[in-house]
Design a protein around this ligand. Structure first.
Ligand code: ADP
Ligand code: GLC
Length: 506
């Protein structure tokens, strides 16, 4: 098939979270399976930096295009390069994208986000004509690319170049919908606002909702785990879109994410000191000792050279510091948790209130907790490889990649039963030896603490613990299975497009 993956971020070009991992890995796997897959994303400052540092992936072709927006036409450049086995298009407009961050700074979201991503979406379609490449399907991701099917089914609906392109929207996180004032309707050049600003189109409580555009106009909608596909059809998790999603429930699917097994591999990982696998877990302990010493865990800054006790569990957490990730309930239990014989290492960046809370805790419990702010790929790898347990007490979690990476690294996940966490992690039962982690359901500090205590109890019983670790390491969460599911969805999207338009693909 000819597949275009359109996204606002993709590894290695730009990343703020799991979306980039998914859109960076899936196209490569699909291409290995013989499909013609191309990727398109904006060129950010971060992307430019990556290109400068990796001259072997040189830009091969440059073209300019005019993009209609707000009743005028704004120029951008399409850069093209070959990355591994796929073609990548970068949409370059420095006013919109050459910024320090992708969507927001500490003081809030960029004010022109609607304009930036409506522009990007339209530019993607203009670029296809420039390249004279009409894919069978465009795979959209989240609100940033959701205007694409709206354009296809309005301004371009009678244009033979576009009329047979099917679309599938993957919702990675319903918590982020791209809701903007109705005045932004002027961004949709060439479309009568009255045609799209209705309840069954993109109107949302008097505003416009870009994700809703994707849900309403895409041929197929899916999300990143079967459980989350169910949850988002309920008022508790639907964030106001549950009704619209329910209406499309016969075309709403859930496919669990995979992870890139080459990038995340404890036996070859360039970022870790001691490589290991299931047969040689001793090296995992060496990574742990090294990391604990490096971050002055256990003994405090006074005598970092003392080796920590190997029986003290090291618990890791890597993630965005946002309410979604369950930081509120973690904050409730810092005191009892840190009075236990455990060590905690955290890496993340996000909301200011969590930064200051964690700073205070780090000061108070020096030697027991190491708090690291910022985005740090290398440290993330070291934490996954060195920790005994990994915390994901998420309030909600569409899929979650942290727990999948942890399983691969023999690090036992402690998770709340929600969304993809619920689909991938099963409580370990020492009697049957079944299970790969520790889980809790109630969203409370108490329930989280009980799960951590159960994990710590099993940790003290070496044979049981090894069993739990190996259960996780033996699972396969590479992309190979889920990529097959995506191809099935692409075919469904094409079939649905053919049915609805009566157009026969040649
Ligand atoms: P989400 O996409 O909701 O943030 P996921 O669990 O799906 O959560 O994916 C998060 C991805 O981002 C993982 O690859 C994780 O390792 C990475 N990550 C999150 N925060 C950081 C950070 N501060 N430094 C490095 N990597 C991070
Ligand atoms: C989102 C979700 C996360 C998911 C990721 C990739 O950011 O919060 O659960 O794993 O997208 O799909």
């Amino acid at each position: 098939m000819k597949i275009l993956a359109a996204t606002s971020e993709a590894v290695p070009f730009a990343k703020t979270g799991g979306l980039a991992d998914v859109t960076g890995a899936l196209p490569l796997v699909l291409s290995e399976k013989g499909h013609d897959v191309r990727l398109v994303l904006p060129q950010y400052a971060m992307t430019k930096k990556w290109l400068d540092n990796n001259p072997q992936f040189a830009v091969q072709r440059i073209n300019g295009i005019d993009v209609p927006i707000k009743g005028i036409s704004i120029k951008c450049i399409v850069e093209e390069l070959r990355y591994k086995n796929i073609t990548v298009y970068l949409i370059k407009n420095n006013d919109y994208f050459l910024r320090d961050e992708l969507y927001s700074t500490k003081s809030g979201d960029y004010e022109d986000n609607a304009e930036r991503f409506v522009f990007f979406s339209r530019a993607v379609l203009k670029m296809l004509r420039l390249k004279n490449w009409s894919p069978d399907v465009i795979h959209l991701n989240d609100w940033q690319t959701s205007p694409i099917p709206l354009f296809l089914k309005t301004v371009y609906k009678d244009d033979p170049f576009y009329s047979s392109i099917a679309t599938i929207l993957t919702i990675h996180n319903l918590g982020y919908q791209g809701v903007f004032p109705s005045s932004e309707l002027e961004l949709f050049s060439g479309i009568n606002p009255a045609e799209i600003f209705t309840m069954d189109r993109i109107e949302f409580y008097g505003k416009i909702n870009l994700l809703k555009a994707g849900i309403v106009y895409a041929d197929i909608v899916n999300t990143v785990s079967p459980k989350y596909a169910q949850e988002i059809q309920t008022p508790e998790c639907g964030y106001g879109l549950d009704g619209v999603l329910k209406q499309r429930s016969h075309e709403l699917y859930g496919i669990i994410n995979g992870i890139d097994y080459d990038a995340w591999n404890p036996s070859t990982d360039k970022e870790i000191l001691h490589h290991y696998n299931l047969e040689c877990l001793e090296n995992k302990r060496l990574n742990k000792l090294n990391l604990m010493n490096y971050f002055h865990l256990e003994t405090g800054t006074e005598s970092p050279q003392i080796e920590p006790d190997e029986k003290i569990p090291l618990i890791g957490l890597v993630g965005r510091l946002a309410a979604q990730k369950g930081l509120d309930i973690l904050a409730e239990i810092f005191e009892p948790l840190l009075s236990m014989d455990i060590r905690l290492i955290l890496l993340g960046s996000g909301e200011e209130k969590y930064h200051s809370l964690l700073q205070k805790i780090a000061k108070k419990y020096r030697g027991k907790i190491s708090v690291n702010f910022g985005y740090n790929e290398e440290l993330a790898h070291r934490i996954y490889a060195s920790s005994d347990m990994f915390l994901m007490p998420s309030h909600y979690e569409p899929c979650g990649l942290g727990q999948l990476i942890s399983l691969r690294y023999g690090t036992v996940p402690i998770v709340r039963e929600t969304g993809g966490l619920s689909d991938t992690i099963e409580e370990f039962d020492p009697l049957s030896g079944i299970g790969n982690g520790f889980t809790f359901t109630e969203y409370s500090g108490k329930a989280l603490l009980r799960a951590i205590k159960r994990a710590c109890y099993v940790y003290q019983h070496n044979t049981d613990w090894q069993r739990c670790v190996s259960n996780g390491m033996n699972q396969d969460y590479s992309w190979s299975n889920s990529a097959i599911e995506y191809v099935k969805l692409y075919r469904r999207a094409v079939a649905s497009k053919v049915r609805s338009s009566g157009i026969q693909k040649l």
